[in-house]
Write a protein that binds this ligand. Structure first.
Ligand code: SF4
Ligand code: SF4
Length: 428
C-alpha cells in the first residue's frame, strides 16, 4: 500500500503512458470490442476506456468518476489490440490502471465472493482438485447464494485419464515439455492427456517436466494483482529453468495460459535476475494446435458427420497470435463439417473470473455466439481454453443442451484414424 490518496491522479507505468501516446482516437477498435458491440456506448469501448484512463492519469478526472465502471466491464480480451492500426498495446494500460486502483484500494470492480477464493485455490494443485470435487458434490446441497455461481460453473464430470495408453516415445522430433496448467489439470485432465498423446504421435519428443504446481498468473494479472502475477511467473520460470534446453517447446492446451506465459518477457522485463530466463521461456511457448501442426508427422483424422464450430481462445488470438492453427486443422478434417463462424475468434465472455464478477455481461456476450451457432445448426462446440469450456458448457445447458462442448484435443483424438487400440478406451 502506498501513500496515494483517492484524489491523486491515476499512476501509470512509463510503458502504459507510452501506449496512451500511440492512440490517435481513430476508433477502428470499436467494432472489435465485445462490450461496445453489446452496449453501443463509448465508455465501454477501447477508445473510451483509454480516454478515461488518460484523463485520470492527467488528473482531469477523479478515479472515482466513472473510471471503475469502464474498467470493470472490460473483459480484457485484447481484441482491440488486434484491430488497432497504430499498434496500441491496450492491455499494458489496462493492467497498469487496474493495478493502481488495487494499490490505492479503490474498487474497480465489486468482486463476486467466490472470485478471490478461486484465485487463491488455483495456486495449490491438490487443494484445488479436492475443492473442485467437493464443489461438484456440494451442488446437491443447499449452499449460500454467494457460492452457487462457482459450483454451477464446475464441469459436469472430472475424468481421470487411464494409465493404459502411454504416449509413444519419439527421439527425433522437437523436444516438448507439456505444461498442464492449473485449471486444465484440476478439471480437464483427460483433455491434457489427449493433447500429450497426439503430440507424441505426431513426433514430439516429450521430455520430462518438473512437478507442476501453481498458476501461471493469468487470472491475477486480469484483476490487477500484477505483483502477485509477477511472483507466480518467477516461480514458474525458476521451477523450469534447469530443465529447459534452448530449443524445447513449452506446449499448453489452454490459450489464456499460453498467452500469459509468452508474455513473461514483458512482465519481468525490469527484473534483472529473471529478465533473460523469462524471455527464453516466453519464446518457447506454443499453443497445442500450433505445435501439433508444426510437428513432423501429420496425423490423419476422420469425422463422424458432426457440424463443428470453434470458440477460439481470445488470448490465443490476440495475445499469442497463434489463433490460426485450430481453424486450419479443423478445416482439413473430412467427414465433419467445420463451420467458420463470424464470431469464432471473438471473446465468449469468460475472461478469467470475469464471468463471476460480471455475470450479466458475460452471459450477454456468450448469447450472441450461441445464437450464431444455433443458426448454423452447430452440434459440437470446440474450445481451447478451460474458462471458455466452463462458460460455454453453462450457456449451452441453459439453452437446453442441444450442442456438445468439447476440448479440441479430445475431439481430435476421437477422430484420429491411426490411434492404437488401447486409445479407444481412454475417453471417460
Ligand atoms: S486504440 Fe488504436 S484503433 Fe483504438 S482508437 Fe486508439 S489508435 Fe484507434
Ligand atoms: S480488452 Fe476486449 S473488452 Fe476490453 S476494451 Fe479491448 S476489446 Fe473491449
Amino acid at each position: 500500500m502506498t501513500g496515494t490518496t483517492c484524489d491523486a491522479p491515476l499512476a501509470l507505468s512509463n510503458a502504459a503512458v507510452q501506449q496512451l501516446g500511440h492512440c490517435n482516437k481513430c476508433g477502428f477498435c470499436l467494432p472489435a470490442c465485445p462490450t461496445y458491440i453489446e452496449t453501443g456506448l463509448e465508455v465501454h469501448s477501447p477508445r473510451g476506456r483509454l480516454s478515461l484512463m488518460e484523463a485520470a492519469w492527467r488528473g482531469e478526472l477523479s478515479v472515482d468518476q466513472g473510471l471503475a465502471d469502464a474498467l470493470s466491464l472490460c473483459i480484457g480480451c485484447r481484441a482491440c489490440e488486434t484491430a488497432c492500426p497504430s499498434g496500441v498495446h491496450y492491455s499494458t494500460v489496462l493492467e497498469a490502471a487496474r493495478t493502481d486502483m488495487v494499490r490505492r484500494r479503490r474498487r474497480w470492480v465489486i468482486p463476486a465472493p467466490a472470485a478471490p477464493a478461486l484465485l487463491r485455490l488455483v495456486r495449490h494443485r491438490r487443494v484445488f482438485r479436492a475443492a473442485v470435487r467437493l464443489g461438484r458434490a456440494a451442488r446437491r446441497l443447499p449452499l449460500p447464494a454467494s457460492l452457487t455461481p462457482l459450483t454451477a460453473m464446475l464441469p459436469a464430470r472430472v475424468d481421470t485419464p487411464r494409465a493404459g495408453a502411454a504416449p509413444r516415445a519419439s527421439r527425433s522430433g522437437p523436444a516438448v515439455h507439456f505444461v498442464d496448467t492449473c485449471v486444465m489439470a484440476a478439471m480437464f485432465p483427460t483433455a491434457n492427456r489427449d493433447a500429450v498423446i497426439l503430440l507424441s504421435a505426431a513426433g514430439a519428443h516429450l521430455v520430462g517436466a518438473p512437478k507442476s504446481e501453481g498458476c501461471c498468473g493469468a487470472l491475477e494479472a486480469h484483476v490487477g494483482h500484477l505483483e502477485t502475477a509477477r511472483q507466480l511467473a518467477r516461480t514458474q520460470v525458476a521451477r523450469w529453468e534447469r530443465h529447459l534446453a534452448p530449443d524445447t517447446w513449452l506446449v499448453a492446451h489452454s490459450g489464456g495460459c499460453a498467452a500469459m506465459m509468452a508474455d513473461y518477457g514483458r512482465l519481468l522485463g525490469d527484473d534483472e535476475r529473471w529478465r533473460e530466463p523469462a524471455r527464453h521461456w516466453a519464446a518457447q511457448v506454443r499453443d497445442f494446435a500450433t505445435a501439433l501442426a508444426a510437428l513432423p508427422s501429420s496425423l490423419r483424422f476422420r469425422g463422424t458427420g458432426a457440424r463443428v464450430a470453434l470458440q477460439n481462445s481470445c488470448h490465443l488470438v490476440n495475445g499469442l497470435h497463434q489463433g490460426g492453427a485450430p481453424a486450419t486443422l479443423l478445416a482439413g478434417i473430412p467427414g465433419d463439417q467445420f463451420i467458420p463462424l463470424a464470431g469464432q475468434d471473438r471473446c465468449c465472455g469468460a475472461g478469467g473470473v470475469y464471468n463471476l464478477n460480471q455475470p450479466a455481461m458475460a452471459r450477454q456476450v456468450l448469447a450472441r455466439h450461441l445464437a450464431e451457432g444455433e443458426r448454423a445448426a452447430v452440434n459440437v462446440w470446440l474450445v481451447n481454453n478451460p474458462g471458455c469450456a466452463l462458460h460455454l458448457e453453462q450457456g449451452v445447458q441453459a439453452l437446453g443442451g442441444r450442442a456438445r462442448v468439447q476440448h479440441l484435443a479430445t475431439y481430435l483424438r476421437e477422430r484420429w484414424v491411426d490411434k492404437a487400440p488401447q486409445d479407444f478406451s481412454q475417453e471417460g
